[in-house]
Write a protein that binds this ligand. Sequence first.
Ligand code: BJW
Length: 239
Amino acid sequence: MERLIEGVRQILRAGRIVAFTGAGISAESHVPTFRGGDGLWRNYSPESLATAEAFESDPRLVWEWYDWLRGLIHAAQPNPGHLALAELQQKNPGRFTLVTQNIDGLHEKAGSRDVVKLHGDIWRLRCTTCGREGRNEQVPMEHLPPLCRCGGTLRPAIVWFGEMLPEDSWMRAVDAAGRADVFVAIGTSAVVYPAAGLVRVARESGAQIVIVNPDPTPADQLAQWILRGPAGEILPRLI
Ligand code: BJW
């Protein structure tokens, strides 16, 4: 492992770096991942909570779930994996992009800046009637579902299944992946598209692909470097 770590340290010294994170990076901050034995979805089908249809049919039920999740995330602190990525950005100004699928805001809490968020932000709410969007950090919410001043129902500004990713974030992510010299995929099962497709975009554009994950993923077949283990232990060793 030490030789692999040293090899990745070497390739991180020059060129453009993209770090692409998923729920696994927050696992050591006690925010559960989605899939797997301890995953959030082991007892729920994602379709019953993470779709616009589910929200339309029972906004209160969906909000009870997200209110609980917001409480859990609110109490969470960034772990050494988040902090290592913030430090990597600081040490490599102008040649580091952080793209995340996470909605928890822990990268910003760790000091990362200009985070490209593909699946939205649990701390932002959007009105399903007038479209107004804003930050809201109330935990727990006073009223479920929360209402907009126009009277419409507010929803979390996150991307559910079947919804488009925010266009500006997606364009930035594709551009960064296409220009990366090193693309590090951390703590993602790499099964949710189009985000998972960024690994291939980077690879086909000539980037070295590094995976940081304790378990195998479909993206492993595209990678030259596979670092098996928890992000909170591996990432600090790369700096
Ligand atoms: C550790 C660790 C440690 C543990 N250290 N690692 C092409 C093919 C098939 C389907 C599709 C396709 N294109 C589109 C689709 C449909 C769909 C999709 O991908 N479905 C597949 C699942 C089959 N995609 C969409 O619907 C997307 N929209 C879209 O495509 O729009 C166009 C369109 C419109 C209309 C019709 C059709 C298409 C939107 C996707 C939105 C995803 N949203 C979610 C939920 C957000 C809300 C919420 O949080 O509740 O985002 S899904 C969920 O999965 C969440 C995550 O961001 C996302 C990715 O999960 P992630 O981060 O990889 O987590 P896990 O849990 O899967 O994995 C954790 C990993 O960490 C594991 O590998 C562990 O081993 C590892 N780990 N501890 C490091 N300590």
